[in-house]
Structure formats: C-alpha cells, structure tokens
Write a protein that binds this ligand. Structure first.
Ligand SMILES: [Zn+2]
Length: 56
C-alpha cells in the first residue's frame, strides 16, 4: 500500500475570491435580523454580496 501524507494537500480549504475591481473578497459575520450570517465583502471597494460567488 502506498503511503499518502494527509498533509500533502494544502490550500484547498480556503478559497480566495476576487472582486471585479481586483480587491480580495473576505467573509465576515454580521448579526442582522436576529441571525448571524456570513457575508462577502471586498476589501478594496467595500462591495458587499451575500455570497463570494456573486462577485463576478
Ligand atoms: Zn471590489
């Protein structure tokens, strides 16, 4: 049996999303309407979307 390192793959969990403006999109937790939800915010233009995938 071949030995496979469990740490061989790195960087697969944290996906980076880029805003059309070139800024980096980060996830933030905000408390709104009695619920804790995550939103995606561009660090450059402060654009906010509900999901990182919306930055296109
Ligand atoms: Zn942006």
């Amino acid at each position: 049996m071949a030995q496979v390192s469990k740490n061989a793959r790195t960087g697969t969990m944290a996906q980076k999303h880029l805003c059309p403006c070139g800024g980096e999109v980060t996830m933030r937790s905000v408390f709104a309407n009695g619920k804790l939800r995550n939103i995606a915010v561009c660090e450059s233009c402060k654009r906010q979307e509900r999901r990182p995938k919306d930055f296109r």
